[in-house]
Design a binder for this molecule. Structure first.
Ligand code: FES
Length: 260
């Protein structure tokens, strides 16, 4: 039986004032482009939360596209600058879980740039066809990838990572508004928080799936046992795991973290 060609599902967040209108004008001008984009219209790219992006991948997107107004043309002044940092941050999260960050693309297109919008979507769709669904070209096990994406969404729903992100975003905004030219990078501190928060929630998900010792978790997470011991202690303090077996090696098992 002939195999059907892979058609990537692209989740698109388009700003109402520019990129959405560019898409609209492309339609009115009858430009042809691949029908792979599913659009969510937002008032401004500044409305996009990193959680929307990771949740999109968790729910089956092969790529996420964000389209907004050109820098300096945002109707809410700085929303697109904020979106730039959200994308830089989300790229780092994707990298941390092993997904190609290019699966998340940010572009600017004004209302008059329908042809440019078509070009970008056509290119992005073609590129996604070459890399396949998430995990395929990255050589990741699908179930494992799902757990990692789930752990990342849990991290993004919780205070520690959100606070660290918000603090860094606020600092960048302040520097930009004072006229400084800023480079969009993620600080070492924020990188560390991304890694530790995702690993913490991933530990809990592994433990929900089955019993593990510290060394088994450490080897799955590729972390030193001392780090995993900290997660175990925290999970146990929160009443999220129990000791299933004490000797010869302690083995832990998780309760349902989501119901807490
Ligand atoms: S209004 Fe378009 S990016 Fe802010």
């Amino acid at each position: 039986m002939a195999q059907t060609a892979f058609e990537p599902r692209i989740l698109g967040f388009l700003c109402n004032w520019c990129c959405y209108t560019a898409a609209d004008s492309a339609g009115v001008a009858r430009y042809q482009y691949p029908p792979n984009l599913r659009v969510i219209r937002v008032m401004c790219t500044g409305r996009i939360d990193p959680l929307f992006i990771i949740d999109g991948f968790l729910n089956g997107a092969d790529g996420v596209f964000i389209g907004g107004c050109h820098l300096g043309e945002c109707h809410y002044i700085s929303g697109n600058y904020e979106a730039q940092f959200v994308v830089t941050f989300a790229h780092k999260i994707l990298e941390e879980i092993g997904l190609n960050p290019q699966r998340l693309r940010l572009e600017w297109a004004s209302a008059a740039e329908g042809a440019y919008f078509v070009k970008v979507i056509t290119e992005f769709t073609a590129w996604l066809k070459t890399v396949g669904s998430p995990g395929e070209s990255e050589k990741l096990d699908k179930e494992e990838l799902k757990l990692k994406l789930k752990a990342a969404t849990m991290a993004l729903e919780n205070t520690k990572l959100r606070m660290a992100f918000a603090k860094e975003a606020a600092k960048l905004k302040e520097r930009r508004e004072s006229g400084e030219t800023i480079e969009l990078t993620i600080s070492e501190g924020l990188k560390k928080t991304i890694k530790s928060e995702i690993s913490f929630y991933l530990s809990s998900l592994y433990l929900q799936k089955g019993p593990h010792s510290v060394s088994e978790l450490a080897s799955k997470l590729n972390l030193p046992e001392s780090e995993v011991e900290k997660y175990i202690s925290l999970l146990s303090k929160r009443g999220l795991i129990t000791l299933k077996q004490e000797s010869p090696t302690p083995v832990y098992i998780g309760k349902n973290l989501e119901s807490k």
